[in-house]
Design a binder for this molecule. Sequence first.
Ligand SMILES: NC(=O)c1ccc[n+]([C@@H]2O[C@H](COP(=O)([O-])OP(=O)(O)OC[C@H]3O[C@@H](n4cnc5c(N)ncnc54)[C@H](OP(=O)(O)O)[C@@H]3O)[C@@H](O)[C@H]2O)c1
Length: 236
Amino acid sequence: MINMNLIVTGASRGIGKAILLKFAAEGYNLAFCSRNINNLNALKEELFAVNKDIKLYFESCDMSNKMEVEAFAKNALAAFGHFDIVINNAGIFLPGEINNAESGDLEKMMDTNLFSAYHFTRALLPGLQQRRKGHIFNICSVASLMAYPNGSLYSITKFALLGFSKSLREEMKDKNIRVTAVLPGATYTDSWQGIDLPETRFMKASDIAETIFNAYQLSDRTDIEEIILRPQLGDI
Ligand SMILES: NC(=O)c1ccc[n+]([C@@H]2O[C@H](COP(=O)([O-])OP(=O)(O)OC[C@H]3O[C@@H](n4cnc5c(N)ncnc54)[C@H](OP(=O)(O)O)[C@@H]3O)[C@@H](O)[C@H]2O)c1
């Protein structure tokens, strides 16, 4: 059994879950959260079915709430002692444009998509810096690079998360901590529920997980700074 610990936020479904399944198969101990505890309990069984020898820590946490974010980081550290890989994945998409969005939607997405990563990373950085070791992945989006119709507010939050990643990378260079921004295009998860397109038009969440695993395998002399992934047929 390898003694490597990964922590990922918003992981009961979609890309986060795919990351857990991949790293479970590779023998990593896993800490994770989402809001719905029933889904996490079900996921626990799935992960142990993949690998019964790993350790799991999970709790219900609303990543848009600073106090809950800090408590999750503290509890997970108490359970595992340290983390080798931190993945800021929790995020939501609310459609809307600056011109016509519901009041409060931007604030809600900033809390979930940006401030979650900011508070969570800050809570874990002291341990990473002390060990002079670690890799932080931030799940941004192709919407971090350009605006899409009816996705303006989401784009604002994902541009900000990419900016956060760039700034953090600069700060962490001489601390031997790698920072990678992952920018997926349309990936088949619950976020696309109801869309009238075949599943094959989308990327697989497991491909994002494989990519993250492979980026982590390089020596600590190399940081893959940004990874852009799109469906073979392009954006949706
Ligand atoms: N799917 C895509 O096409 C795509 C493309 C580019 C980027 N992304 C990004 O990839 C990330 C994951 O997306 P996904 O498509 O996998 O999403 P998803 O299938 O909708 O799953 C979202 C996960 O996050 C959890 N979550 C949502 N809000 C949360 C909160 N406030 N606190 C804690 N957990 C929360 C959900 O569980 P609960 O509801 O139980 O909390 C669920 O486990 C997001 O940052 C998204 O912006 C997705």
